[in-house]
Design a protein around this ligand. Sequence first.
Ligand code: ACO
Length: 381
Amino acid sequence: MSYSPGLKDIVAAETRLSSVDGEAGELVIAGYPLKEIAESARYEEMAHLLWHGTLPTAAVLDRFTGELAACRPLSGAILDSLGSAAKERRPVIDAVRAAVASLPTRDDASDARTLVAVLPSIVAAYWRFLHREEPVEPHPGLGHAANLLYMLTGEIPGDNGDGDGGSGDRGGDHVRALTTYLNTVVDHGMNASTFTARVIISTRSDFISAVTGAIGALKGPLHGGAPGPVLAMLEAIGDIDNAESYLRKILEANERLMGFGHAVYRVRDPRADVLSRAARSFFTQDHDLYALALHVEKTAIELLEEYKPGRRLQTNVEFYTALLLKGLGLHPDLFTPMFAIGRVAGWVAHCFEQRADDRLYRPESVYTGDDTSKWIPVNER
Ligand code: ACO
């Protein structure tokens, strides 16, 4: 047996859900190259594709959308606990993890629908509690992404009061951009949070536990916690002229540049292309932040090659996630919860796959301690 730190290069599962080619910079989701599907599909279609292996027909999509809508409202108990957490000003992702943990478990299929449907309701309700506003009930006529924006803001995206229920261009842009984001992060091979979910299911535990654990894994700054710091970095740089000296200082201190590097990609993360395209439309008037981001990206890549030659560190998904979510008007405290809202259909798909495989994860460890210690009673130590 050989030890592989971080399980690097160890194949831990077979999956039909996604393929990540780190050398070519390609991501395939259940048969579809990311670029082919992310900017067109509704999130409900992505979830169906991952869970069932095919895109739904219009009739099936209608039924599935209705099933999710039925799961969207939150129980009084969850609303109460979110309200209490808000009084303690707990971080959003911690409140979300706790609320997910408290969901009742039923059977796998209904737990799967509940998890996907209620995550936006939980995030939105908690956000409103934090800002001393009443939660907004989900809107029965809106889809997944539109409902998320509606429950956060209380306004139908794009509804300018002309009675058309929100088909205005701007609202459509917001819903499309948010959907593209959620689709882009829906699944990504054997990443840390997905692996966490699969390990939990491998013990024949339930989907609620698996997603609770996955949220815990996602929140770390090396995984889903990076886009908040990316935006903070861009805001701290503030001007193109400051970029090089700011980035150099971080690298001189041997710290990491957030939004760069990846465990698998050695070229630009293909998700960064999709998200930078989606983000661009939000910065037509306030072009400065987008232009600054392009400059910071270019400078960072050059400096990473200078400070870490040969490591092939490139832009990852989180860099343009920060811009897109900022463009959508979302606060950085919502960035990691948004990632969870996007990834949850993927986690659930892996839970189904792992359930079918039904094999316990139980790797080995190499003991590096002593084996000659003698017992000393507590009062003699
Ligand atoms: N900035 C500076 N140096 C870096 C960066 C970075 N962003 N990323 C890696 N390095 C360095 C490492 O320090 C290491 O240096 P060394 O060889 O001198 O020891 C070398 O590059 C190789 O790095 P690894 O740690 O082997 O890279 P790994 O593949 O394990 O890590 C990770 C990937 C965690 C994403 C890393 O690149 C990182 O910390 N990036 C910044 C945080 C970030 O953007 N996270 C989001 C990732 S995307 C996602 O999870 C959805």
